[in-house]
Structure formats: structure tokens, C-alpha cells
Ligand binder design. Structure first.
Ligand SMILES: [Zn+2]
Length: 448
């Protein structure tokens, strides 16, 4: 792989033998990789040796993939603590520092960012995976790919090299003001771009305000998105697609592992997972038992190859659902059906678990609404009260009552929760340019 001059544009798969193998072959491959990786972690990382010993487990105990459940969890807190205890990279590290060629660092809103180290081999493996993922989404050597993610320590930055590896003309745009990004896309007639879903929407609206019709004046036909649940909400995707006249492909990445660990194929039904790199568990957040295929649970990840810093049973805090059903594209890797939100974002309103993404889906579906929304949660007399602010497209409010009743009905049928609906004039709610902040939880002591 990687002979750029020989990449045939018409081939279906980046790595056909791997991508279309049977589920049994996937499991055999993962078990083999898992055993080796656990041995590597135990032999070379002081942290893992100590934590496995403390838990009374040893890599030799692993006879099946389910045996991973005997090993202890780690989470962001552990990464942060170990990095502080053994600076600068922590003792989860399992290679000498001279073997590290690249680090990313998470944007960490609380405290010091955690660094994610890569060896040259880890980095090359990652880029080959990115190329495979882009290929599955239809990116080809004759595309012009505009990478509009942050390059500053952000693990999404180097993904552009995956597009370059598959032979696409790659424009390293980074995060520039939207007017400049539109000018770049227009001048070079870029055919593909990667950004967040809320920014894709904002950028399209900005283009129209500047007199640029994204469908006619720009050549973008594929939009890769990541970082928010919106990319996996069909209604959100379809509205971005209609605005741009392009297809939207959702990707999922994790700053502590890879820029993207999963992405949509051209079928756009779920995100094929990088199963040869990362072992997936989907667990009930309370019981920590695996949930059934298709059910929601917390995503817990174990790296299978990344040697610089193995991640064994990392609790992501992301609530997801998966399926192992065959995909029409012919790829057999399991698919993540949706990222429903962060465990931290899960709202418990009147005892019901609700994610902002549930409400987003309703707001985006109604063609008389702009799709923007805000949730305000208050507590009165020990009772939760949810207010959903939505925006109409029409300038006059003649149909506000009808829109509110319709939205309340959809909300009730989807979530089981009643809410006060406030219909606002267009352009009232703040537009998000990065990760959208759409929840105002005014209850106190809810989590204590
Ligand atoms: Zn597929």
C-alpha cells in the first residue's frame, strides 16, 4: 500500500482483503492483536504492569475477546494524573522517548491538556487508516481536499496526510476566518472539505449572505464532519447536504487515540470502525455490562496496535450504539450507528434520559424551522421544567402557536417529556462557529 502513483481510481476498497473479511476473521485478527498488545503494555509500561498486577490479571489470561473485561478501566482522569506524576508523558508510555515522533494534545477544557504520543510506525498506521477511511467515503486521487480543522496540537490536523496519501490534492487550510475559507474553496474549486457539522452549516449560511451559492459557485461535493453528534443525525446531515448540494460523511475521532477512528462509507448508514486498530466495548454506564447490538451504551476502547501509549479499556464518556450487521458497501467492519452525546451531556429531565441530539433531530426535521435550538432546564418546587427555544424561518409569527404545538407533540412522542416551546424569529439564537453550546441547565445540585 502507499504507492501513490499506482492508485487505481476505480478500485472499490483501499484494502479489500482486510475490509471485506468475515466477522469470524475480524474476531480472530483482533484476538491475536489484543494478546500481543497487552503483553507489550505489561512488559513496557510501568503503569499497566502495576495496574494489571493490582487487579490480579495477566495478558496470558486472555483466551477470548470477552476476557478484556477482566482488565481495569482507565479514563481521562487517570491520563491526567499519570502525566502529572511522571511528566511530561506519563507512565502509560510503553516505548523510550526517542521512539516518539509526534504528539497531539487534547484541547482539555479543564486543567492541563493530555498528550498523545505516536511512534513513526503508529503514525504511519494511522495515516494508512485515514486513507482507507477517506477512500470508503468516496474521496479519490482526482479530488481537491480542503482540510479545515485546527493544526495546533489537535489530533484532527494530521488527518490531511491521509487524504494526501490516497493521492488527493490536499489544501492545508486549517482554521481560518470563514470569508477566507470560502475564498480558498472558491479559488481552488475544492471538491471536499472537513469541518464540524455546526460550522458546515454556518459556513454555508455565510456563503449565501456573501452572495456565494454553495451549490453553483463552489465545487464541494463531499463534506466530512466530526466533533458533534449532528453528523450522525440524518435530519441535520440532510439539511447541510441540501444547503451545499453535497454529501455529508460523519467521522468520529478521539484526541487520545486517533484523529478519526471511524467514518461513514458512501452508504452513509453508520460509521465503519477501525477494528484492526481499536477494540470496542459498548457498556451500560451503570452496570458496566455489554449492551445488545443496536442499544445505547458508553464507548470503551482498547488500542490494538498503537505502541507508544497503549490505551487499555479507556472510558470515553461517549454514548453510542453499534451494529455488526452487513453493510451494502461490502465492508464488514462493525458500524457505529450514532454518537448520541457525551455521558456528561446526558440530561435527566423528569427522570428521563435525554440527549440534546434527540431534540436537534426534531428541530432539523421541521421544514418551517431554521433548525437552531436551545434548551433551558429549571427546577421549580422540586420539579424539572424544560423550555425549548426554536426559530421559525418565516419573518412573521402568525403560525407560532401551530409550530409550538407541533414541536411539543414530536418531542413528547420521541422522548416522553413535555416542554414549554418558545418560537423565536429567525436569527435570534446565537450561531455556533465551533462546538455548539445549546444547553442552559439552571438547576442546582442536580449532580450532587
Ligand atoms: Zn459500508
Amino acid at each position: 500500500m502507499g504507492k501513490i502513483e499506482n492508485i487505481a481510481v476505480d478500485r472499490l476498497y483501499w484494502d479489500e482483503a482486510l475490509e471485506t473479511q468475515s466477522r469470524a476473521d475480524w474476531d480472530a485478527l483482533k484476538l491475536d492483536l489484543l494478546k500481543k498488545h497487552l503483553h507489550h503494555a505489561y512488559a513496557n509500561s510501568p503503569y499497566y504492569r502495576c495496574s494489571f498486577d493490582a487487579a490480579g490479571v495477566h495478558p496470558d489470561d486472555v483466551k477470548s475477546l470477552a476476557d478484556i473485561r477482566r482488565f481495569p478501566f482507565i479514563d481521562k482522569q487517570v491520563l491526567r494524573q499519570r502525566q502529572q506524576a511522571v511528566p511530561p508523558f506519563g507512565d502509560l508510555l510503553a516505548v523510550p522517548e526517542r521512539d516518539i515522533v509526534y504528539i497531539s494534545a487534547s484541547s482539555g477544557s479543564t486543567g492541563v491538556p493530555t498528550a498523545s504520543p505516536f511512534t513513526a510506525r503508529d503514525f504511519a498506521d494511522w495515516m494508512d487508516y485515514e486513507a482507507r477511511q477517506f477512500w470508503s467515503s468516496g474521496l479519490r486521487p482526482d479530488d481537491r481536499y480542503c482540510h479545515s480543522l485546527n493544526f495546533s496540537l489537535f489530533v484532527g490536523g494530521p488527518c490531511v496526510l491521509g487524504a494526501q496519501k490516497l493521492g488527493a490534492l490536499s489544501i492545508h487550510a486549517g482554521t481560518v476566518p470563514s470569508e477566507r475559507l470560502l475564498a480558498i474553496a472558491k479559488q481552488f474549486q475544492a471538491t471536499a472539505i472537513w469541518t464540524t457539522p455546526s460550522y458546515a452549516w454556518y459556513l454555508g449560511e455565510t456563503a449565501i449572505k456573501e452572495g456565494i451559492d454553495p451549490k453553483k459557485d463552489l465545487a464541494i461535493r463531499r463534506i466530512f464532519v466530526a466533533g458533534e453528534p449532528g453528523g450522525s443525525i440524518p435530519e441535520t446531515r440532510q439539511r447541510i447536504e441540501a444547503l451545499w448540494g453535497a454529501k455529508v460523511y460523519d467521522y468520529y475521532g478521539l484526541s487520545d487515540i486517533f484523529g478519526s477512528c471511524a467514518g461513514m462509507c458512501e452508504e452513509q448508514h453508520g460509521l465503519h470502525w477501525a477494528e484492526d486498530h481499536i477494540l470496542v466495548e459498548v457498556l451500560d454506564p451503570e452496570t458496566q455490562e455489554p449492551v445488545a447490538d443496536g442499544e445505547r451504551g458508553e464507548l470503551v476502547l482498547t488500542t490494538l496496535k498503537k505502541s507508544a501509549r497503549p490505551m487499555i479499556r479507556f472510558r470515553t464518556g461517549d454514548i453510542v450504539s453499534f451494529t455488526s450487521e452487513p453493510c451494502a458497501c461490502g465492508r464488514s467492519a462493525q458500524r457505529m450507528l450514532g454518537t448520541h452525546g457525551r455521558l456528561d451531556d446526558m440530561l435527566i429531565i423528569k427522570g428521563v434520559n435525554i440527549f440534546p441530539s434527540d431534540i436537534e433531530a426534531i428541530a432539523r426535521k421541521d421544514r418551517e424551522l431554521t433548525g437552531e435550538y436551545k434548551l433551558v432546564i429549571e427546577r421549580e418546587n422540586h420539579l424539572d421544567r424544560l423550555t425549548v427555544e426554536i426559530e421559525r424561518i418565516a419573518t412573521d409569527g402568525g403560525r407560532d402557536d401551530e409550530l409550538a404545538v407541533r414541536f411539543a407533540g414530536h418531542l413528547k412522542s420521541v422522548t416522553g417529556v413535555s416542554a414549554k416551546i418558545v418560537v423565536l424569529p429567525p436569527d435570534t439564537l446565537p450561531r455556533a462557529t465551533h462546538k455548539a453550546k445549546r444547553v442552559d441547565d439552571r438547576r442546582s445540585g442536580v449532580w450532587s
